[in-house]
Design a protein around this ligand. Sequence first.
Ligand SMILES: [Zn+2]
Length: 225
Amino acid sequence: MNKYFKIALSCFCIYVFISCSSIRFPENEYHIFTGKSEWTATEKHCCNLAISNLPSADSTYIVFKKAKIKSMGQAQPMIRTILKNRQDRIYIISVRDKKVNPNLCFETIPDSAKIGLVGHEIVHVLDFKSKSFPEIIVMGLKYSFSHKYKRNVEWITDSLTIANNMGYENLCFSNYIYNSPFVSKKYLKKKAKYYMTPDDMRNIIYTLSQLRTEQDTMPDNQILH
Ligand SMILES: [Zn+2]
């Protein structure tokens, strides 16, 4: 066996072993809140509202974690559960802790923006859940190395967040980021490269509302399902 492969395999096993000693879910509960800082009742409520907007999110194991991350939010499968049956996997949604930047973190964004941010991350989780282990690995590689693929994933994720009744909330988060004096130009440039801008979101929200209005006024036999 190649020496470097053995080292990589050992590191992976140690990592899995360390991960195994952590998270425990209370019986019949699918969501837990953890991390550097305490979660307030309002913050948990925002997460629960986002969960209620997305099919099967209420029966998906998710750890909501306040963490020291560069972005405002991120989603990933928990490594030690990645080989399990999709239904039994655990996913981690990290949001930026106030210790990273007290002016720009989960605590300081408006409540509607919290729902939009968490809703977007749950859409990523449900996408992971729909994939097998090899599919997740391929997706991770393509996401890391192809700008076009990453942009497609983020646009689809934003579109699904909007389509699942969180258009205003997603727009609220994006607007906040684009107008905050604490956001660097470098971060905004990256955001515009991969994610919808507030204008893109407004256009999609408007188009979707038009389509829904048209459908509501259509005779029953012409409604598209
Ligand atoms: Zn995303």
